[in-house]
Write a protein that binds this ligand. Structure first.
Ligand code: AR6
Length: 168
């Protein structure tokens, strides 16, 4: 759906973090502002997270099971490993959300803002990775992409149609 991820009453919100986990702009800035200083304190305790990985923390002031900090790749900065890193950031985000007990998870378009990943390339990678995870993990009941702008929404809607057609 199109919207602001902060308006989603799901168990876990995924944020598009950097590997220092010290907050930033974009969706991460919005989530940190809404969650308050306890979220940054929880991130400081974790200390960091490599690209392609994710960690769950307590959600600060947000009424969630957890916030999941997923670190996507910077487009063009990983010698061709970008697609694998984007897929693993999604997979790990779902793994740590499920391990924290979340049954519903909201995702932003990881790496598609400051990190420059083209929407048309990122959308099928993210959606395909999530669909494959859900096939094997019935304990996660709902995953929702929350796309901020019209362009993001259209790219993901198009990729979802293609994925549905491919999966029959
Ligand atoms: N709800 C949903 N999506 C949003 C929201 C929101 N409230 N705000 C922005 N977006 P970005 P990245 C979309 O730049 O590319 C940060 O500084 C936005 O339109 O947030 O992974 C981190 O600390 C875009 O489609 O994340 C890192 O340093 C998507 O969220 C770096 O940026 C992701 O854009 C990560 O860059």
């Amino acid at each position: 759906m199109r919207g602001n991820i902060l308006d989603q009453p799901l168990d876990a919100l995924v944020t598009a973090a950097n590997s220092g986990l010290l907050g930033g702009g974009g969706v991460d800035g919005a989530i940190h502002r809404a969650a308050g200083p306890d979220l940054l304190a929880a991130c400081r305790e974790v200390g960091g997270c490599p690209t392609g990985d994710a960690v769950a923390t307590a959600p600060g002031a947000l009424p969630l099971t957890c916030v999941v900090h997923a670190v996507g790749p910077i487009y063009g900065a990983h010698d061709g490993a970008e697609a694998d890193l984007l897929a693993s950031a999604h997979r790990r985000a779902l793994e740590v959300a499920a391990a924290a007990g979340a049954r519903s998870v909201a995702f932003p378009a990881i790496s598609c803002g400051v990190y420059g990943y083209p929407l048309a390339e990122a959308a099928p990678i993210g959606l395909g990775t999530i669909a494959a995870f859900l096939d094997d993990h019935p304990e996660v009941e709902l995953v929702r992409y929350v796309l901020y702008g019209r362009e993001e929404y259209e790219a993901f809607a198009h990729a979802l149609e293609a994925l549905r057609a491919a999966r029959g």
